[in-house]
Ligand binder design. Structure first.
Ligand code: MEV
Length: 394
């Protein structure tokens, strides 16, 4: 397998897993330039200072840690990335690294993300003449969006802001209308911006529409903020046509059975959530959006599918992914800041592509083992490791 390095960082580090934790950290600090603060933090174990924890939440008594690992071998849109993952489940990081290695001979992962458009929902009940009211709202679109933009001037100055709206007649008899405001939130995840707009616009809408004003909140089903990724693994890399067709059959199983699809998707979220946690993302929002999208057709479906085509196993995946490189805890949590220095990305769209690639990798890794020798061997390794840890702690 030949590796062409497209940028100066290579995510291929031979024998990394065999090194001690300390040596691994040395290797990483030699590979990526970290700020002094981040390097000191990681050298001291990376924990969250309890004073910062106290600032972040309520009733804090201590801080809580997880292993921070690096998944290797990821090449995404022709650039190599070290993938920080915070996860307690052993074998996910190794599986992601192995999967990413197998994709390299065909170029790795390729992806694209929508503009960062979030959706606010403003609920009205008992609106008189609902159909006519929807038209009135649409006629006043420009004035409503202007009011929304006035509530988020800094985002507007950065090139974001309210872009359009939609009046959704949910129940004509009961006069239930939900107004969607579509907002470009730039590099933020955007929940606060969206909620600010929803609350700022609501009084104007109430005057226009009448009825009873209800909720003003984002939807986590961010259908205008989708990401798609794809990858391919050559048959010769996988070793046999048999394993390729077995993985395709496993994919079809998930496509036809929601009971399997949910576990298939859990394997995807193993990768996405681990990166989300390392990078301080709202993983509950990500989970909610992913599963809602999986069920959006009315039947729960796998987010990723795999096919044998052109002498390759090809995987594709699309899901909503609302993630940010600014805001939230990205500027507060020192471990998150360090993880951002490790992953080296420029914007939220790139982050979405990278996280989705991690998910496609862990999905492939799970299907590969399930469709061949079975998961139990991996589990046995895990039990041995836990037994070893317990013994060494006593
Ligand atoms: C375990 O964390 C994830 C898997 O169950 C995913 C799958 O079944 O595809 C192995």
């Amino acid at each position: 397998m030949t590796d062409t390095v497209f940028n100066k960082l290579s995510s291929r580090i031979k024998g990394f897993y065999k090194q001690t934790q300390n040596k691994r950290l040395n290797t990483i600090t030699q590979t990526v330039h970290l700020s002094d603060n981040s390097e000191t933090l990681l050298r001291n174990g990376g924990g969250l200072d309890v004073q910062i924890a106290d600032y972040m939440s309520e009733n804090v008594i201590a801080s809580h840690g997880l292993p921070l690992s690096i998944a290797l071998n990821f090449r995404i849109n022709d650039n190599d990335h070290l993938m920080p993952m915070a996860i307690e489940e052993s074998s996910v990081v190794a599986a992601a690294s192995n999967a990413a290695r197998l994709t390299r001979s065909t170029g790795g992962f390729y992806g694209k993300a929508d503009d960062p458009i979030m959706t606010a929902q403003i609920q009205f009940d008992a609106v008189p003449k609902p159909k006519q009211t929807c038209h009135i709202v649409m006629e006043n679109q420009a004035a409503i969006l202007k009011e929304g933009n006035a509530a988020i001037p800094r985002m507007v100055a950065r090139g974001g802001g309210c872009v359009s709206l939609e009046a959704r007649l949910i129940d004509e008899q009961e006069g239930i209308i939900v107004i969607h405001i579509y907002i470009n939130v730039g590099n933020a995840m955007g929940a606060n911006l969206v909620d600010t707009v929803a609350e700022a616009i609501a009084p104007k809408l109430q005057t226009l529409m009448g009825g009873i004003l209800g909720l003003r909140i984002l939807t986590n089903l961010t259908l205008r903020r989708m990401v798609s990724v794809q990858t391919a693994i050559a048959i010769e890399t996988l070793g046999s046509l048999e394993i390729v067709t077995a993985i395709e059959r496993a994919s079809r199983f998930a496509e036809k059975d929601p009971m399997r699809a949910v576990t298939h998707n859990k394997g995807i979220m193993n990768g996405i959530d681990a990166v989300a946690l390392a990078l301080g993302q709202d993983w509950r929002a990500i989970e909610a959006g992913a599963h809602a999208y999986a069920a959006f057709s009315g039947t729960y479906k796998p987010l990723a599918v795999w096919r044998h085509k052109n002498n390759e196993l090809q995987g594709t995946m699309t899901l909503p992914l609302a993630v940010g490189t600014v805001g939230g805890i990205t500027s507060v949590h020192p471990g998150v800041k360090a993880a951002f220095e490790l992953i080296q990305i420029s914007d939220a769209q790139q982050l979405a592509i990278i996280m989705a690639s991690a998910g496609l990798a862990t999905n492939f890794a799970a299907l590969r083992v399930l469709a061949s020798e079975g998961i139990q061997r991996g589990h046995m390794n895990l039990h041995h490791r836990h037994k070893k840890i317990k013994t060494s702690l006593h």
